[in-house]
Write a protein that binds this ligand. Structure first.
Ligand code: ADP
Length: 212
């Protein structure tokens, strides 16, 4: 199974190399009754995808790998900044009620909390449900009272690999991560500049699967 869409000619080339390796590009072209320059782009795609290996003066080999390593290579290079979404944020003195309304309006599953614009916590859907069934006054309770707070917030930076973000989501069993920029190293203060969610990662998975 190939994760990238190969053309019929590329599939034929793979078969020829499998059965005749090592084989030069002119011999491959000869078997297809095509010119070397016609198949040159195919050969570069197949070597780039790590399906074929080219040894100078010897010819082409079949690596035995499917196109999956092409996907792996692509994922390696994708940064958090390439997929991050706009964060949904509220100040920690705002009420539980306001946070619930914001969550509905913005259609998100977690809201990031700030103290004077600096990241101070996170609340999830279940955090809000849990607090709401406890008989509290939703309009009076500040969201800061129930949030998961710093320094326990798991974060990423825009330059981090998206693979790292995916690992953090799985490892910590959470749905979203704030993308942060450090504003004060000594006091560990961060501004929230984006968010990464399981939805972002699923969308990326779909795009890579389609070969975009
Ligand atoms: P839910 O609670 O709706 O299933 P999550 O799985 O995202 O949603 O959250 C699980 C718990 O982890 C919640 O208590 C939430 O406050 C906390 N949490 C969510 N995101 C983070 C994060 N990035 N860092 C630390 N804790 C988080």
């Amino acid at each position: 199974m190939n994760a990238i869409q190969l053309s019929e000619r590329q599939e034929k080339i793979i078969e020829i190399v499998k059965n005749n390796e090592p084989i030069t590009s002119s011999d491959i072209a000869g078997k297809l009754e095509l010119t070397r320059s016609t198949i040159r782009p195919d050969l570069s795609i197949l070597t780039m995808a790590d399906i074929l290996d080219a040894k100078p003066k010897v010819g082409y080999f079949y690596t035995g790998k499917s196109g999956f390593s092409y996907i792996a290579k692509a994922i390696e290079e994708i940064k958090v900044s390439d997929v991050q979404a706009v964060p949904v944020v509220i100040e920690e003195e705002r009420s539980l009620y306001d946070t619930i309304v914001l969550m509905f309006l913005e259609d998100v599953s977690s809201v990031f909390i700030t103290n004077n614009g600096i990241l101070s916590g996170v609340v999830s859907r279940k955090d809000l449900l849990k607090s709401s069934i406890g008989g509290v006054d939703l309009n009076k309770l500040p969201i800061g009272m129930i949030m998961t707070r710093m320094p326990n917030i798991v974060t990423v930076e825009p330059k981090d690999r998206v693979l790292e973000a995916a690992m953090k989501l799985i490892e910590h069993e959470i749905d979203s991560l704030p993308v942060i920029r450090e504003v004060d190293k000594k006091n560990k203060e961060y501004k929230i500049i984006g968010r990464i969610t399981k939805t972002n990662i699923t969308r990326l998975f779909l795009e890579l699967g389609k070969g975009k």
